[in-house]
Design a protein around this ligand. Structure first.
Ligand code: TXA
Ligand code: MG
Length: 343
């Protein structure tokens, strides 16, 4: 475990990052913080190292990885060509929580892309992440650093919970900022498709490309799409072990649902916004405040941590309230729906 303060002065020559970078260069699998969630990184050009990521996570090998770059010059060699709209998005949103899917070059192993002819690339904004990639000197393939199917880690301790003894090390840079994975955008066609909503919203992308040039894939809206464009979307995801149910509608409906569960002698944990602590907190056996409804970035930043806490709380069932599917709310609802138990 390397601890690195994410305040000023962090660079590729920071001793801890130099060392961790060397481990990656040598083919080891290392977890590191990004501004979205913690990633599980290895040398994207080393097939054995990439395979070790899949092994550590228990991830199906048909689900491709994102290649993380530390500077712009690393992008082009990974691609066969960079579509104009991808360039525009990179210019505006990189470094940041946006992953762009473009045609891949021969330099990218099919182990990384799970046999696809496209590659997902992202330049993270987190200073520790970028300094680490620069220290390694190579593009770094990294999925989220959770065991496959679990909520993504937003703290180093989540990584340790899931992956201790399965990976070579963890760089601890404190809690990640957005708390939800990056927005994934397929830029290989006539229009750009949002495959996974995230910190960069549809509204922001439309502002750059024009309203007519961006679409949201059905599976980014709901979890019932039968023909996902992104292999990752067919798996149940982000899920706690305790059953999670979403309760749309009013506070009264949530109160009714809590009573129903308690009548079945179940211990109930509730995830809801701070504004609803008063009516719900008294009745629920456990109450986890997601933050203010007026500030959805609070909700996204803490959502996975709260799912993990509720999972470990001793509850028999977790009930969560829902959010309007616009702006950040779309990403929050996408994750909640994927985490929820299908009834
Ligand atoms: O914020 C993030 O994106 C984090 C941090 C660590 O950067 N990473 C992350 O990786 O969430 P992962 O592997 O958990 O999710 C990557 C998603 C998956 O749904 C995968 O199917 C999709 O991106 N993906 C990767 N390459 C793809 C491709 N060539 N075509 C379509 N989807 C792709
Ligand atoms: Mg993941």
């Amino acid at each position: 475990l390397w601890s690195v303060d994410n305040v000023g002065g962090v660079s590729a020559s920071t001793p801890e990052l130099k060392e961790a970078g060397l481990w990656i260069k040598n083919g080891e699998v290392i977890a590191f913080p990004t501004e979205t969630v913690y990633g599980l990184g290895a040398d994207a050009t080393n097939e054995q190292a990439v395979e070790n990521i899949f092994l550590a996570k228990g991830r199906p090998s048909d689900n491709p990885l994102i290649v993380h770059i530390g500077e712009m010059e690393q992008w082009e060699p990974l691609t066969a060509s960079i579509p104009e709209m991808a360039k525009q998005l990179a210019e505006v949103f990189w470094p940041g929580p946006l992953t762009l899917i473009v045609p891949k070059s021969n330099a990218v192993s099919e182990k990384v892309t799970a046999g696809l002819s496209t590659v997902a690339v992202r330049m993270p904004a987190h200073t520790v992440a970028r300094a680490l990639i620069q220290a390694a000197g190579i593009p770094v393939a990294a999925p989220s650093a959770n065991r496959s199917g679990r909520p993504s880690p937003t703290k180093a301790e989540h990584v340790i919970e899931d992956l201790e003894h399965r990976i070579a090390g963890v760089v601890d840079g404190g809690p990640s900022g957005y708390g939800l994975e990056s927005t994934v955008v397929d830029c290989t066609g006539e229009t750009c498709w949002i495959l996974r909503p995230g910190g960069v919203t549809k509204e922001e992308i439309a502002h750059v490309l024009g309203e007519n040039n961006v679409e949201i894939a059905a599976s980014a809206h709901s979890s019932t799409d039968q023909t996902p464009r992104s292999p990752g979307m067919k798996y149940r995801h982000y899920a706690p072990d305790v059953p999670l149910y979403l309760v749309p509608g009013t506070v009264d409906e949530m109160l009714k649902k809590i009573q129903e569960e308690q009548a079945q002698k179940r211990v109930v944990a509730v995830l809801a916004v701070e504004e609803h602590r008063e009516p719900l907190g008294g009745l629920a056996d456990m109450f986890f405040s997601l933050g203010s409804r007026m500030n959805l970035s609070e909700v996204s930043a803490s959502l996975y941590d709260h799912l993990r806490q509720a999972d470990l709380s001793g509850a028999d069932v977790i009930l969560s309230e829902t959010f309007p599917k616009e702006g950040l709310g779309l990403a929050i609802m996408n994750r909640l729906e994927k985490a929820a138990t299908q009834s």
